[in-house]
Design a protein around this ligand. Sequence first.
Ligand code: GRF
Length: 215
Amino acid sequence: MSSPLALAVLISGNGSNLQAIIDAIEAGSLNADIRLVLANEADAFGLTRAARHGIATRVIDHRNYPSREAFDAALLACLQPLEPDYIVLAGFMRILGGDFVGAFAGRILNIHPSLLPAYKGLDTYRRALQGGESHHGVSIHLVTAELDDGPVLLQGSYPIEPGDDADDLQRKGHRLEHRMYPTLLQWLGEGRLSIDANQVSHDGKPLTAPLRLDP
Ligand code: GRF
């Protein structure tokens, strides 16, 4: 068996995606090691989830830094010595600057609750409802210095049904999300998916469209 994929997971809140990754590791379906869970909010529930599973945690509160650059530098100083293969953003509500992204180029992943490039930014469920969409979904993409930009690796979609409200979409989205990160990370660990300088290959061929999660 190849060595476990080394991960650092960055969160700001609940951490249900973190939990899904932890559960997949414990179930043996994901060969990975979470070296650190880092939060910018001291009361992020995901920190409790991590501690319950014996995973190291750290809080770096952005409010304690005079600028985004200074905050990013603190994140870098914390994360670089851990030598993570991937930085996994799982509900991390801060935008990372160019220096941070450059230091981990092609190794930062984010999960976003829309079918990118549609509905970048916040409040995607309400905006999709207002937009009269028939479907909504979830994307995992590589992080670049632009918000919710960068190559999309994996998407999953679900129908918007009559009467659905934003909570219904969030529920459907989370169900998908919780399968998506464990699946994608395992593909990266197995080398089925590989990333080189933001160029993504799948089974040895350039990825020309996002992979889809089977319903
Ligand atoms: C998820 O919906 C994710 O798509 C978005 O933030 C939310 C995090 O949820 N980026 P959780 O903290 O993993 O429960």
